[in-house]
Write a protein that binds this ligand. Structure first.
Ligand code: RP5
Length: 171
């Protein structure tokens, strides 16, 4: 699967790059190729439509779209492709991403956007969600994802052991 990037990441502005690092880090950790570009739903609408409509034939399997403010980007992309679109709300306005989140999560019936949490943690989940989609096709990812989940659980167990505390008040 490494001969071609399978994940296309589009951010609405260069100013969103710090948030989307959550997704690029996890894809790098799992050794999965991606292409990242900047395109805005409102400032470069024709470019966005072109990128979205050509993504499937270019070999991409999933698109991650991160944007802030009214965040039409994931929806505009989803309108032009049958690839799954994962939206990441960016907290760039005074509404701290609530505006972007509602723009993504409230897509009208027929044009879904899988909306993640606001910010960097949401971007990390977008990367993991993209990997889970790819794991249906690329079986080498399945064991890596299972190991990832096992490591997460083991950390909680270690933390539980190191933080265990019992307080009994004197009666
Ligand atoms: C959105 O507007 C972008 O996704 C970004 O989060 C926000 C601000 O963009 P800039 O003014 O920083 O380019 O479309």
């Amino acid at each position: 699967m490494n001969s071609k990037p399978r994940v296309l990441i589009i951010v609405g502005s260069k100013s969103d790059l710090n948030v989307v690092e959550g997704a690029t880090e996890v894809l790098q950790d799992f050794g999965v190729g991606y292409q990242l570009t900047v395109s805005s739903a409102h400032r470069t609408s024709s470019r966005t439509i072109k990128i979205a409509s050509e993504a499937a034939e270019r070999g991409f399997r999933v698109i991650i779209a991160a944007a802030g403010w009214s965040a039409g980007l994931p929806g505009a992309i989803a309108a032009e492709t049958i690839l799954p679109v994962v939206g990441v709300p960016v907290p760039s306005s005074v509404l701290l991403g609530m505006d972007a989140m509602f723009s993504m999560v409230q897509m009208p019936p027929g044009v879904p956007v899988a909306t993640m949490a606001v910010g960097n943690g949401g971007a990390r989940n977008a990367g993991l969600f993209a990997l889970q989609i790819l794991a249906g096709e690329f079986k080498e990812l399945r064991s890596k994802l299972q190991n990832y989940k096992r490591d997460l659980a083991e950390k909680v167990t270690r933390d539980a052991e190191s933080c265990e505390e019992l307080f009994l008040p004197e009666s």
